[in-house]
Unconditional design. Sequence first.
Length: 274
Amino acid sequence: MGGDGPPLLLLHGFPQTHVMWHPLAGALARHFRVILPDLPGYGESDLPEGGPEAMGKREVARDLVALMQELGHASFLLCGHDRGGRVAYRMALDHPQAVRRIAVLDILPTQAYWQRMDRAFALKVYHWAFLAQPEPLPERLIAAAPEFYLDHTMASWTGRRDLSAFAPEALAAYRTAFAASDRIRAACQDYRAGATVDLAHDEADLAAGHRITAPLCVLWGGHGIAPGAGTPLDVWRQWATDVSGSAIDSGHFLVEENPAATLAALLPFLLAAA
């Protein structure tokens, strides 16, 4: 945690930790009280017990709302990348009173991903199906060479298809966290949740007409992994009442590949809550 001002909760994605926010954290802390947790199961956070539902975004969102309340923040600003973005939009749907404004980075809703899973997209995001396979298959395969798997995955999602965007200290932190077998299992449980309970919760909200009421900023990598057919704004307007955003000149990892452009897009949106 650091900084003073309105509380801002920043959530990381797979296969990273809160360290991913290091290029922006200092600048954001000039305006906000920044809180950067590791998601449950990732980094140094506790490992949820039980099956995939324990890593479901509804459960994780509930835990993080409780964390913010424990810190004295009944409501707050929210920004999530990748899996953290999925926790963020679930939080905005389930706890609207807690979320003042929300930004999601380089994702579409989970339901939209599965709906668009044609041959081309499945080849691009094969890990959605691979990591969701019953244990211990993906766990055992990844554990044979966790650093290779992490490096290959992260490089393949950048605009340059290499690791040059990542600070050596940050990359070392990701490798260390992901090397532990229990962390690999938690990440697989995260994706198993995405194929089961998370999808079911999304489908129920769509059927019931539930929408995100907080202002939503959607940023995506112009060379990222989101599927085509329109822009992410078109999809998110089916899920939220007040949507804005734009593409960033980067791959999937906006914060580390193009921090200046990401900050320039995020900061005015977040400051508008003041």
